[in-house]
Write a protein that binds this ligand. Structure first.
Ligand code: UDP
Ligand code: MG
Length: 354
């Protein structure tokens, strides 16, 4: 059985070496490939992983032309990974590689998805933990029970699950939602999330909120429906007030004070209308971007990677980024000079770009 491990990386120069050695250790005795998807790193990450890929052709590298985001990097990894089972994990060792053999064992029992579930999150701030809890609760109402709580993108997929996920080519992606939507047979494996081994989180608060909104908007039209509910509620309140004013004017001597209530109502209604328009605008905007059908990512270079089994829809693989495989040039010792030249040329290109 071949196991592919997909790791999206963005400026993780301090973490990748530790990750590689821990994966090597954890997967001793397995037939494995480690596929790094470099999401436009601007530090030494790409050079480091290229260096190790040169020594070990089980390490594969795909590099994007710029930063396309974590979800796009995971998508590319799943498009190119050719294992019988594919595991997606972060580069920062928050997801412990030591869990991989246990995940494979569950896969061999016939599960299509194996989802490690965080029972505690070490080294994460109170704010991150609280927002994450709110996020999972909100998503549970929006997407329904199909979303497994406290499960991130660290997961194992069977070959057929990977093929199924590949068929989703939407621009605004929320992988966890897609996996839940498919409804595959899933095993849950509780684990303790570790603190980051090195470096900073690439998901600061604002980016996380944007991601949460993408998740909501790509899985549910509930925010739009909420504005209908709010509209009905406010209209009812307005009519109630109207009857009250009519009553005061016709049956009592009280003079109805006018402008204060008008200002209040005006503010409430304008606010609600703008909010609803904003939500509609956001959905229309997403629709517009989707209708352009642009690629989800652009691959600038690939190394130690087999050509994809079938055409990849909505992805651009730049000319010259031909899927290079060190075994094509001969294994190390036979004609490694080609590969070295190749890598040197690649480094030169990249250092120009950086
Ligand atoms: N990442 C990426 N592109 C991005 C942001 C992050 O490929 O634009 C990678 C990052 O290198 C890491 C993984 O995605 O391997 C998860 O990011 P991070 O650990 O910063 O997120 P957190 O665990 O803090 O939510
Ligand atoms: Mg992380």
């Amino acid at each position: 059985m071949l196991l592919s491990v997909v790791v999206p990386v963005f400026n993780e120069e301090q973490a990748v070496n530790i990750l590689i050695s821990r994966i090597r250790e954890a997967l001793r005795g397995f037939d494995w490939r480690l596929l790094f998807v470099d999401d436009g790193s601007t530090d030494e990450t790409l050079n480091i992983i290229h260096g190790t890929a040169l020594d070990d052709n089980r390490i594969q590298v795909l590099s994007f032309s710029r930063n396309f985001g974590h979800q796009a990097a995971v998508t590319a990894g799943l498009d190119f990974a050719n294992g019988d089972a594919v595991i997606v994990m972060d580069a920062d060792l928050q997801d412990p590689p030591e869990l991989l053999p246990e995940m494979v064992r569950l896969f061999e029992q016939g599960y299509d998805v194996v989802s490690p579930q965080r029972i505690c999150r070490r080294g994460e701030t109170w704010l991150k933990r609280t927002t994450a809890t709110i996020f999972y609760r909100t998503m549970a109402t929006m997407v329904g029970s199909r979303l497994t709580p406290e499960v991130g993108d660290f997961r194992l997929f069977s070959r057929r699950a990977v093929l199924a996920i590949r068929s989703f080519r939407e621009q605004h992606r929320f992988m966890r939602g897609l996996v839940g939507w498919l409804g595959l047979r899933e095993a849950i494996l509780p684990f303790e999330r570790q603190p980051r081994a090195a470096g900073e989180t690439k998901y600061p608060m604002l980016k996380m909120l944007r991601f949460a909104w993408t998740a909501v908007a790509s899985f549910s039209a509930l925010p739009l429906r909420l504005s209908i509910a709010a509209g009905i509620l406010l209209s009812c309140a307005g009519f109630g007030y109207l009857f009250y004013v009519l009553y005061l004017a016709l049956f009592t001597n009280i003079l109805v004070p006018g402008w204060a209530s008008v200002v209040v109502l005006q503010c409430i209604f304008s606010g609600m209308i703008l909010l609803a328009l904003g939500a509609i605008g956001d959905y229309v905007g997403r629709n517009y971007e989707e209708s352009k059908g642009r690629p989800l990512y652009v691959v600038e270079n690939a190394f130690n990677i087999m050509p994809p089994e079938s055409d990849i829809v909505r992805a651009t693989i730049l000319d010259g980024a031909t899927v290079r495989n060190s075994s094509v040039y001969g294994t190390r010792g036979m004609d490694a000079s080609n590969v070295v030249a190749d890598i040197e040329e690649h480094r030169a290109v990249n250092s120009l770009r950086f």
